[in-house]
Design a protein around this ligand. Structure first.
Ligand code: PAF
Length: 257
């Protein structure tokens, strides 16, 4: 596996053939690794980007304490069969004078709760798509609203990449894996389980939102709502547990391919 930090090096590391991109912010867990393995199985060249994107963190967000361990990430990526790990600096991605932003008109809980977040996500992903020129880019279902925004962008701007979504990976108790789970104490982790349990209660109910809200077991949700992603209906929710903000969702109807 080659680790490249500069756009010029990245360009030289790309070769012909079906190319897969897994955009990440590092702190790899099984969710990331499942995307890398799927990319490995489906593509001739697998590129993973590792970039904690300042543009998608708001003033109230936790960028300073976002977990970082490049050495560990690099060895996990290599084991998963990644060919190129792109680890740019903020200056490489946003050089002085950078002033072009992609603003997808997103609605929904995450867009309301984190103003400017999806502008940062869409901008960095479009840059990554232009730099890597992947045939397929892989994302996890946990970030379904992000997927909806990126699919909108890809359609609206005629970007030639297929956005592939893979199921959320959960721990044995049902908590969706997230780099932010590292912040939870054991007691908070137990409380956090209220989120997947509430969504599970809502999944098959006649009124999924009401059933999930009723099953929150004292956990205070920022939102619980239905989201349509390309014909699939998802029950989505976010909750703060201590100082950690968690998101999760389940499919109530249809399929996310
Ligand atoms: O899902 C993430 O980790 C990030 O939002 C992404 C897609 C890598 C963009 O920075």
């Amino acid at each position: 596996m080659r680790i490249v930090r500069r756009v010029t090096e990245l360009r030289l590391a790309l070769h012909d053939g079906r190319r897969g991109l897994v955009p990440t912010m590092g702190a790899f867990h099984e969710g990331h690794l499942s995307l890398m393995r799927a990319a490995r199985a489906q593509c001739e060249q697998v590129v993973v980007s590792l970039f904690v994107n300042p543009a998608q963190f708001g003033a109230r967000d936790d960028m300073g304490r976002y977990p970082r361990d490049e050495e560990r990430d690099a060895s996990l990526a290599e084991e998963a069969g990644v060919d190129v790990l792109f680890v740019p600096s903020p200056q490489e991605m946003y050089p002085e004078g950078f002033d072009t932003w992609v603003d997808v008109d997103a609605t929904g809980g995450e867009a309301r709760a984190r103003p400017g977040h999806f502008r940062g996500v869409a901008t960095v992903c479009l840059k990554l798509f232009n730099l890597v020129r992947p045939d397929v880019a892989f994302f996890g279902q946990k970030d379904a609203q992000q997927v909806a925004v990126l699919r909108r962008m890809v359609r609206d701007l005629n970007v030639g990449v297929h956005i592939r979504v893979l199921p959320t990976v959960r721990d044995a108790a049902g908590l969706a894996l997230s780099s932010r789970n590292a912040y939870l104490t054991e007691a908070e982790r137990q409380r956090a389980l209220g989120l997947p349990r509430a969504l599970e209660a809502g999944r098959t109910a006649h009124d999924p939102v009401a059933a999930a809200r009723a099953a929150l077991n004292g956990l205070e949700a920022e939102y619980v709502e239905l989201l349509d992603v390309d014909g699939a209906t998802l029950l989505t929710a976010a909750a703060r547990v201590g100082s950690t903000r968690l998101i999760d969702n389940v499919i109530v109807e249809g399929e996310l391919a």
